[in-house]
Design a protein around this ligand. Structure first.
Ligand code: FE
Length: 253
């Protein structure tokens, strides 16, 4: 699917980059936010998509400069190509403090290692040429060190793995109830617990959100759809809540 502009104003643009994921690797979305002449790329992805995402990013940047890279957590579909991105750009990489000493195992050159910066556990504000982007905590959803990005201009919440869906062929959720089958299994197994989901729901209800854009699958557009998703998370039994059903010894058939 071609790149999709989610929001545009004279000095601000949010672009969902073309879907370059094919084959066995899980489909992943890359998002670019451009404010004035500065840009940030969210969850740039792994080696399989690196060269295509790099090409499309520079095609979309125009006169803007890629100043920041955001890594929501430590998974390979997020950080595997971190070295390439840091080597080919001057951008500063931002990753949860919990993973700062683990990400170099993907192979970070000494030349660029000091450009990977820790995001404090309780989040931070990143000033993107005057736009205050919020890196907000979403720990245990699913990774123990995990953050999301809220853009106050476009009112988009970039939710990472939370809200991920697999297997459908649309980019925007048309019908919430019909969409559940594409995300329920993932959330029950990958999200840590309802306690974390409930805490997240309470926090993001304070934000003014037009779109929730996950890192895999379709996005939720419109306040009604956003509300339905947050309510669903708030109630979902998942992860360790289901442990008694999962801890059984395997048997030879
Ligand atoms: Fe992940």
């Amino acid at each position: 699917m071609p790149s999709l502009t989610l929001f545009q104003s004279p000095n601000h643009k949010n672009i969902l980059l073309e879907d370059f994921g094919r084959g066995l690797a899980v489909q992943a979305n890359q998002h670019l936010i451009i404010h004035e002449n500065s840009a940030i790329l969210l969850d740039p992805g792994g080696h399989k998509v690196y060269s295509k995402v790099l090409g499309e990013t520079f095609a979309q940047l125009g006169r803007a400069k890629l100043e920041h890279l955001f890594f929501s957590h430590q998974d390979p579909d997020i950080v595997a190509a971190a070295n390439g991105w840091l080597m080919t750009t001057d951008a500063t990489g931002w990753a949860p403090s919990l993973w700062i000493r683990f990400i170099p195992h993907f192979g970070l050159d000494n030349l660029v290692a000091d450009r990977l910066k820790p995001i404090p556990d309780n989040g931070m504000i990143l000033n993107l040429a005057g736009c205050d982007l919020m890196f907000i905590p979403a720990h245990f959803l699913h990774s123990p060190g995990n953050l999301q990005v809220y853009d106050p201009v476009s009112k988009i919440l970039y939710s990472g793995d939370l809200g991920a869906s697999l297997g459908m062929d649309y980019q925007e959720v048309p019908d919430f109830d019909a969409h559940l089958k594409y995300m329920e299994g993932f959330h029950k197994r990958y999200m840590t617990s309802n306690r974390a989901m409930h805490a997240w729901a309470g926090m993001v209800r304070e934000l003014d959100i037009e779109i929730i854009a996950p890192q895999h699958g379709a996005l939720f557009r419109g306040r009604g759809m956003v509300q339905r998703f947050i309510d669903w998370c708030d109630e979902l039994t998942c992860g360790v809540d289901l442990l008694p059903e999962q801890y059984t010894l395997p048997h030879k058939n």
